[in-house]
Design a protein around this ligand. Structure first.
Ligand code: GLP
Length: 245
């Protein structure tokens, strides 16, 4: 897997935004897969700035990685709400081209299957942009997730529940849903290109395991190692445990 290291969070985020903008300009009908969390915020800010300077998303189609089971899009901690407030409201992406799993779908298993069908109907994902959890999870594929896992209902680990209730998002672990709907690793691996952005020291172990550890379900991000087009964008802190070749 390729990786690029940047001095600061801002520079790494800027580089990801530049790559996404390049792809959107080259293919206005791009199918983009998008993450939530703290990590992509700088990328979304920069893409909004580029949109104000002329970059258009008017023909793009987006699919998000995951959603908490039981939260509707009106809930301030839902990923739908996150995407609307941090990105979609500020660009010209048509509402009908914004796809997220529905956390309050009546039949969540069917919702997951239908989501994959929608991705296929659009012709697949050109670029999945991902963050990474401190335990190596991608989307909500926790350690133990299989390489060919599909979009499904997943249980969150205590570590992930705690990471997402440190005050940035939820204030108390008790408020965090125990389950989520997540695009599977098999579905992520079908994209033409994958970008993983990792920022800060808290991600250094996960980054090391993903890039220089074994291909193993104990680190879900390592299951991208045999994909032909994956690039990790890292700041120096996130790259600090990598051993140079
Ligand atoms: C969450 C999300 C992931 C995200 C990860 C890291 O659990 N489901 O998609 O990559 O956590 O989040 P953060 O960027 O806030 O560290």
């Amino acid at each position: 897997m390729r990786y690029e290291t940047f001095k600061t969070e801002q520079e790494a985020s800027q580089a990801v935004a530049t790559r996404i903008a390049e792809l959107v300009s080259a293919n206005p009908r791009i199918r983009l897969g998008l993450p939530t969390g703290s990590t992509p915020l700088g990328v979304y800010k920069e893409l909004i700035r580029q949109h104000q300077a002329g970059l258009s998303f008017s023909e793009a189609v987006t699919f998000n990685l995951d959603e908490y089971l039981g939260l509707s899009g009106a809930h301030p901690q839902s990923y739908r709400y996150f995407m609307e407030t941090n990105f979609f409201q500020h660009i010209d992406l048509p509402t009908w081209n914004r796809h997220l799993l529905d956390g309050v779908a009546r039949y969540p298993e069917l919702e997951c299957q239908a989501y994959e069908t929608k991705i296929q109907a659009q012709g697949g994902i050109n670029l999945w942009f991902l963050g990474i959890g401190g335990n190596g999870h991608i989307a909500f594929n926790e350690p133990g997730s299989e390489v060919n896992s599909r979009t499904r209902i997943v249980s969150l680990t205590t570590e992930t529940i705690e990471a997402n209730s440190d005050g940035r998002f939820f204030k108390d672990p008790a408020e965090v849903p125990r389950c989520a709907l997540s695009v599977g690793i098999g579905a992520i691996r079908e994209a033409d290109e994958i970008i993983v952005l990792a920022l800060g020291e808290k991600k250094a172990d996960a980054v090391f395991n993903a890039i220089q550890g074994p291909f193993d379900i104990s680190c879900p991000a390592s299951l991208l190692q045999d994909h032909a087009n994956v690039t990790f964008y890292l700041d120096e802190a996130a790259a600090s445990k990598l051993t140079r070749a």
